[in-house]
Design a binder for this molecule. Structure first.
Ligand code: PMP
Length: 491
């Protein structure tokens, strides 16, 4: 077993909210354990009979590794079928460990055993947490997982607060606000959150001045951070973990972009070279090249890692998973039982068929390698467009090393109205000019962790995930025009 010889995670009762502590197991879900008894006739749970499920089978065509493109899939894709009784019908050509009769019925709130096994093996392969009693549990995606986690860890009455990057994922901020959980920002550089600032913020915490208890939770996006695109290197992550240990922080590691770690900008230019590189390094090399996760460093069991299929398979699956200590996962499941009851059976059975029974771990990792290559190309297109169309005196940036966001700093001090208009006003002016010229970008101020303070810098967020290369280039050209117009520059 992978866990042999490892110590157990620390008990973290003191991190739990009252709401989480008082949750009781769902009696109906508990009763389901007796269903395993041979010969037992259940008149217990209100599970409808699969006979009345109006789905006999599903069929789909999916890419055949390693030819993942749409064009290749049209020609050479693999046709797979999911039947209603593939598990029990021994005569079925589609014999499987999972089928529609199981997936479409009620199940446990932590998700099906079948898909949980796959993500657990995947997590062991990628993160291999250094303590014994870790567990993965399926979620309906990281948005909901974060809401559950915050309610598990934070108490309004206790004036709990969360630390995060000074520019943070806007939905995460919007999740915390109505829970009465204050969010405070930690300064960043191009590798994201600064451990020294994290330490300083905590060491100098003044409850009165801040209107909140010293934070015991850190929410961070280590790879391809949204919105800044910043990626924490290995040393950075180790330093952040150390500060978390020093101040007894619980870390929520939100990693939807973990596998979109790209090749360094300017290296391996050209698709041929890139293809060759993947062939040379193979699956093993790809895995070795990934920056270690915080979970992989988590000797204490103080990290909850959130993975999501949104950015690496499909957002509409509404499927992801968390990995944390048994204690924390158990509390998380108690909440899931009384809210979303785990992910959709359709999603689970379709992803299980694709990932476990069709691709397998290696095929899935090859898919992730393919995506990494695609995002690298897109990143290179947006950077080339920025170099061609933006004035370097006014606009500056770092090349993103992961994810799908490019973060553009626009020097407001050079704006002709800098003395008379606020940064927010200038930002709004540029944003509106962008819309007039036919390009939508994100305003940096949307992402500020501490919105009640005045910004000192101006940023815009552009994604390279969505548009075609031609449109992306045109969009950046328009962004450049909007800036020139706002700055009243010629040409
Ligand atoms: N976390 C971050 C940092 C994100 O950028 C996103 C999506 N934009 C999410 C979470 C949401 O993920 P999901 O679709 O799994 O809810």
């Amino acid at each position: 077993a992978p866990t042999t010889g490892k110590p157990k995670a620390k008990r973290l009762d003191h991190h739990l909210s009252v709401e989480s502590t008082v949750r009781e197991p769902c009696v109906l879900k508990q009763a389901a354990k007796h269903l395993k008894n041979p010969g037992l006739i259940s008149l217990g749970g209100g599970l409808p009979c699969a006979e009345y499920f109006p789905f006999e089978s599903l069929s789909m065509r999916v890419p055949q590794p390693p030819s993942f493109s749409e064009a290749a899939t049209r020609v050479d894709g693999i046709d797979v079928r999911i039947g209603k009784y593939d598990v029990t019908d021994a005569a079925s050509a589609d014999a499987s460990e999972y089928d529609l009769s199981i997936a479409l019925n009620y199940g446990q709130a932590n998700g099906s055993a079948q898909l949980t096994r796959f993500v657990t093996e995947h997590t062991e392969l990628i993160c291999n947490p250094p303590y014994a009693d870790w567990r993965s549990c399926l979620t309906v995606g990281s948005t909901a997982a974060l809401e559950q986690a915050l309610r598990m860890l934070c108490d309004r009455q206790r004036h709990d607060a969360v630390l995060t990057e000074e520019y943070s994922f806007s939905t995460a901020l919007e999740t915390a606000a109505p829970l009465g959980v204050k969010v405070f920002g930690v300064r960043m550089d191009k590798e994201g959150l600064l451990p020294a600032d994290l330490d300083a913020v905590l060491a100098g915490w003044d409850e009165r001045a801040r209107g909140a208890r010293k934070p015991h939770v850190l929410y961070t996006v280590p790879s391809g951070q949204n919105p800044t695109g910043a990626t924490q290197g290995e040393q950075r992550r180790r330093a952040i973990y150390q500060v978390a240990q020093k101040h007894d922080l619980y870390i929520i590691e939100d990693e939807p972009y973990y596998f979109l770690q790209m090749e360094p900008y300017g290296e391996g230019k050209g698709e041929k070279k890139k293809k060759k590189k993947d062939e040379e390094e193979g699956v093993e090399g790809f895995l070795r090249g990934l920056i270690p996760s915080l979970l992989s460093m988590d000797v204490d069991g103080r990290v909850m890692r959130m993975d999501s299929f949104s950015k690496v398979v499909v957002p509409g699956s509404r499927l992801g998973w968390i990995t944390a200590s048994e204690q924390m996962v158990e509390r998380f499941i108690r909440h899931a039982e009384v809210c979303n009851q785990g992910p959709s059976g359709f999603s689970q059975v379709i992803l299980h068929k694709l990932l476990d029974e069709t691709w397998g771990h290696e095929g899935y990792i090859r898919w992730l390698m393919y995506l990494r290559g695609e995002y690298t190309k897109r990143r290179d297109v947006i950077l080339a467009a920025c170099e061609a169309h933006l004035l370097r005196e006014v606009v500056s940036w770092n090349a993103p090393a992961a994810g799908m966001f490019h973060w553009l700093k626009v020097d407001h001090s050079l704006h002709p109205d800098a003395a008379t208009r606020s940064i927010l006003e200038i930002e709004e002016d540029i944003f509106n000019l962008c819309i007039d010229k036919g390009v939508l970008v994100g305003r940096g101020s949307w992402f500020r962790a501490e919105k009640d303070t005045a910004p000192t810098e101006m940023f815009f967020r552009a994604t390279f995930a969505a548009a075609t290369p031609e449109n992306m280039t045109e969009a950046i050209r328009r962004f450049g025009l909007a800036i020139r117009e706002s700055y009243r520059m010629e040409g």
